[in-house]
Design a protein around this ligand. Structure first.
Ligand SMILES: Nc1ncnc2c1ncn2[C@@H]1O[C@H](COP(=O)(O)OP(=O)(O)OP(=O)(O)O)[C@@H](O)[C@H]1O
Ligand SMILES: [Mg+2]
Length: 511
């Protein structure tokens, strides 16, 4: 295979910290190349170098054997490289069309060529089966659809190399399958793909070749056929990873969360939660399984007081919290690991330290008179960083410069450390590496063993099955089926997820 792209000894430093150390790799035409590595290993940094978002301190980029200078995404796009970021970079208030054209700053021609551009977007959408309306506003699209906009953008700009940074972290299983199909189509057209993921089964499924980064270095490059999941995780973490979680038998106590016939509207104004009822007891993990977009977000927003419900009731520890303020919910001992860490979980332009000690301001233990005891708060933050292995150059680092997985670990650390009575854990391990998944799972079980009631929302069936004591499947805004963990199977949950409820014996006879 002719190599279309070569990275030669790329080095990138941030102050004294070296994020990429002399990384070399080459990618052939029509090849799917996976980058693996723990949170903070340097994967996104390397891709940012390739896409012209950051300049390397050393090293060369070659395309078709020729050295190229990539100083901006515009340069990259001209060379046929397009990147879909870990945290999407689309502008929510603009339409699909505007976002696609903006990438190359062809503003002037937009209005004249609008018809043409729109027709081309429709043509691409049709060819790849995307169902994307060029006139739709990005803020009205689901994350899966937003990702497809990014991919349409890549195709529109005639890319030869598509970089996907953790593309499936936010996708439903079905959307993931659709993405695989797009990648297969790209391969047929001799286009190349760089794919970053923490999910080893996915890497083994989609890739041709794999490089593992550790602490900024390329520690192994392997053909898929010559390796397996356990070898890959050993390269990544340096030790085998145990994904089974040991759990003591459940001994649930009082009801902590009680939701009765709740109705909540979505941002668009239609009913997203339609008369949903459930209850979670102390010392119990209740897992909500289901395809994304079946009312999970709206349910959690209503429970946390972030949006109003139309009717029905919410009780937390026997307090009526229906349509109450978020501050009151928090004060009842509720922790929330939100689905979107960047918009809801962290204060983006604050230091890691400030993000970790958010709750210390209210805690008398951390007060000196009416001031915060900074020494104590700092020691507390340091403790959290060590315990949760948040990788950052210092506590003063602006949290937005942390790698995606490390931002997530910081949110989880802060929320679990609070010692909550009720934990609302929404995709708690999104984007974290396999070692950290193991750790976070154990901490959630520990909280449950200490009497915390946990409401877990996840689209990963493995995660639901490993953690939950009871499972409810959400479908079109209601819990369509509920079962104890012992009675749950992948098939049974899958049926409910597809909207097929158990039939009564009479119905079965009729069928
Ligand atoms: N602008 C920046 N300033 C300072 N440090 C940075 C900056 N960008 C990245 N880093 C540091 O470089 C390291 C590598 O980060 P990178 O985002 O490449 O990791 P990653 O492998 O993509 O991890 P993840 O799996 O969590 O996304 C991290 O420790 C991060 O804190
Ligand atoms: Mg990253």
């Amino acid at each position: 295979m002719a190599s279309m792209l070569e990275l030669k000894k790329i080095t990138k430093r941030y102050g004294a910290f070296c994020a990429n150390k002399e990384i070399s790799l080459s990618i052939g035409e029509g090849e799917v190349y996976c980058l693996l590595g723990e949170n903070g290993a340097g994967k996104s940094t390397l891709m940012n170098v390739l896409y012209g978002l950051t300049r390397p301190d050393d090293g060369d980029i070659l395309m078709d054997g020729q050295k190229v200078a990539i100083r901006s995404p515009k340069d990259a796009i001209q060379h046929g490289i397009v990147m879909v970021h870990q945290h999407f970079m689309l502008i929510p208030a603009l339409t699909v069309l505007e976002n696609i054209v903006l990438a190359t700053e062809e503003h002037k021609g937009v209005f004249v060529e609008k018809q043409q551009v729109s027709a081309r977007i429709r043509e691409i959408s049709e060819k790849y089966g995307f169902r994307i309306d060029p006139e739709a506003r990005v803020c009205d699209l689901s994350v899966g659809q937003q990702q497809r906009v990014e991919i349409v953008k890549a195709i529109y700009h005639q890319c030869r190399l598509l970089i996907l940074d953790e593309p499936t972290a936010v996708l439903t299983p079905r959307e993931t399958e659709e993405l695989y199909a797009i990648i297969e189509q790209f391969k047929k057209e001799h286009k190349s793909v760089i794919f970053i993921s923490h999910k080893l089964h996915e890497v083994m499924h989609i890739s041709d070749r794999i490089s593992v980064l550790r602490n900024g270095e390329n520690v192994a490059t392997l053909n898929k056929g010559d390796t397996n999941e356990s070898e890959l995780s050993a390269y990544m973490v340096g030790k085998p990873v145990d994904l089974a979680v040991e759990k003591a038998n459940i001994c649930p106590g009082e009801v902590v969360l009680k939701v009765g016939s709740l109705q909540v509207k979505s941002k668009k104004g239609n009913l997203a939660v339609k008369g949903l009822s459930l209850s979670v007891r102390s010392g119990e993990i209740y897992g909500i399984a289901g395809v994304d977009g079946n009312g999970q977000s709206e349910l959690i927003q209503a429970l946390t007081g972030l949006s109003r419900s139309e009717s029905g009731s919410v009780q937390i520890l026997a307090n009526d919290t229906t349509n109450t303020a978020p501050g009151r919910v928090l004060s009842l001992g509720v922790s929330h690991i939100p689905e979107d860490r960047q918009h809801m979980g962290i204060a983006m332009n604050q230091s890691l330290m400030n993000n970790l000690i958010l709750y210390d301001y209210r805690n008398p233990e951390y007060r000196k008179g009416c001031f915060l005891d900074w020494g104590k708060a700092r020691r507390h933050a340091q403790h959290l960083v060590e315990k949760y292995r948040v990788k950052a150059p210092s506590l003063n680092q602006n949290i937005s410069y942390l790698s995606g997985g490390n931002q997530q670990k910081a949110v989880v650390a802060r929320e679990l450390d609070k010692g909550p009575k009720l934990l609302l854990a929404v995709y708690p391990t999104r984007g974290v590496d396999i070692g950290a998944v193991e750790f976070i799972h154990k901490e959630i079980v520990k909280a449950r063993d200490n009497g915390c009631a946990v409401l877990l929302v996840s689209s990963e069936l493995d995660e639901i099955l490993v953690l939950s004591d009871r499972i409810g499947v959400i479908y079109e805004g209601t819990i369509i089926g509920e079962m104890n963990r012992e009675d749950a199977t992948v098939e049974k949950i899958g049926m409910y997820m597809a909207g097929i409820a158990d039939r009564t014996p009479e119905e079965k006879l009729e069928a």
